[in-house]
Design a protein around this ligand. Structure first.
Ligand SMILES: [Zn+2]
Length: 132
């Protein structure tokens, strides 16, 4: 590597990093590289902000869910009295078994329960949900 950089110091026009769109222009090439570095840094900062917002949204949802617990009943899959039903709003109900993980949503409690029962054996687990 050291040999190449010495060589390119003596023959800058041989260095592919000094060419922009087929034109030898070390200053423009340097400018392009610094713009690329700036874009990469902006992208990284944006990803960081997006991940922060996602984490906050997830926390807010968990908090809202905890406050929306409507009832606990027998799970249609494992039979244990571990099926939490949350009334998230007037027409959004969510069932989640705290034991086996099966879940379902619906516009009413009956709807959510029926949707939960319809996926018995599918291996669904609400705790596997990936928000990355
Ligand atoms: Zn269960």
């Amino acid at each position: 590597m050291g040999e190449w950089s010495e060589y390119f110091e003596d023959f800058p026009e041989e260095n592919p990093a000094n060419w922009v769109n087929g034109k030898f222009d070390p200053q423009q090439a340097q400018h392009v590289r610094s713009m690329e570095a700036k874009l990469i840094e902006q992208h990284r900062a944006t990803n960081f902000e997006v991940n922060k917002l996602r984490a906050k949204a997830k926390l807010d949802f968990i908090k809202h869910k905890q406050q929306s617990l409507m009832l606990v009943e027998d799970c249609p899959q494992c039979g244990l009295k571990e099926l939490n039903t949350y009334k998230l709003n007037e027409n959004h109900y969510l069932c989640e078994c705290q034991d086996c993980g099966i879940y379902g949503e619906g516009r009413s409690h009956e709807d959510a329960l029926s949707n939960t029962a319809s996926v018995i054996g599918d291996g669904l687990d609400w705790r596997d949900e990936n928000i990355s």
